[in-house]
Write a protein that binds this ligand. Sequence first.
Ligand code: ADP
Ligand code: MG
Length: 349
Amino acid sequence: MRATSLPISIADLRKTYGNYLALDDVTLDIAAGEFLTLLGPSGSGKTTLLMALAGFVRPETGAVTIGGQNVTRLPPNKRNIGIVFQNYALFPHMSVSRNVEYPLRLRGVPKAQARERAEAALVRVKLSGFGARDIAALSGGQRQRVALARALVFEPRVMLMDEPLSALDKILREHMQFEIRKLHDDLGVTTIYVTHDQREALTMSDRIAVMDAGRIEQIGAPQDIYRRPRNRFVADFMGEANIAPTNNLQGAGAARMPRERLAMIRAEYFELEPAGLEEDRVEVTGCLTSKAFRGENWLLNLETPMGDQFMLSLAANRAAGCSELKIGSKLRAYAEFGHVHLLEGERSS
Ligand code: ADP
Ligand code: MG
């Protein structure tokens, strides 16, 4: 069971609901076999884009091409796409087997063969032997696996998944992130995955497209997006971003930076001890306004005389001294020049 995967090309897709622009000329190319995640806050257009790919939403302008074929006018059942919906959309009155066989029966596959292929798909998602059970008798995680099996049973060339793990608890969700990624790697199917959880996107994806208000703000590999966000929106959405004018940073490293720009420093790149070359040191000095021990790290908040707020995340194994720090005391924190990222499109004033 290894389908040939197909590339997808999305060009200038626009979709409005009344006066509301849900997709603002979205253009995006996905390579054959790629795992691409659409990441963005609620309402940013992720589901609309996915449903336009699947054929359930009809865009006003633009085109969707799958494997070189323009499918923009094709109905959903002619697109050969497997979909896992947010609420699973399983048939509650049917057994597990009947649910998984369903797409095959729709396509006219004979009963015995459909049963066999459904069983193979259930083995894939580690539910072998569950075929006769009722959907109602399954846990959330098991239902999620049935939905996965149903989406891949007809060997689609493209898989779409809309927040498939959002109903699961944290531990199961993190486990399933690896399972789904492994399934993708085994099958090689081009996959577009939707989530509003940045850590999930970082964990699973070849590339992430960050969406806001119907637009793709930035697209790139997880490390690129995390380290080099293009603007404040992406920086804030991906992890803990400290953003301050370059003019307000101190130290020899800061003196080498352009003035009047906005700099981003991730919380975990700060240290309380100077390290490395002096010329590379960027410093901030402020008052400790709060601190919290979180197991793996300490979180400290500093406020500078200029009014900038900095959050520091210090790995607990290197920050034993944090227990002694007093709220209100003055602290100096250090970051390396190479870890300070200037936000391209943003000026500080
Ligand atoms: P996301 O999946 O990122 O949360 P959606 O694609 O579901 O975002 O929605 C994008 C925007 O379009 C939202 O503001 C939503 O309210 C609106 N929207 C989505 N579907 C409809 C619809 N059928 N009718 C009217 N507005 C809609
Ligand atoms: Mg959605």
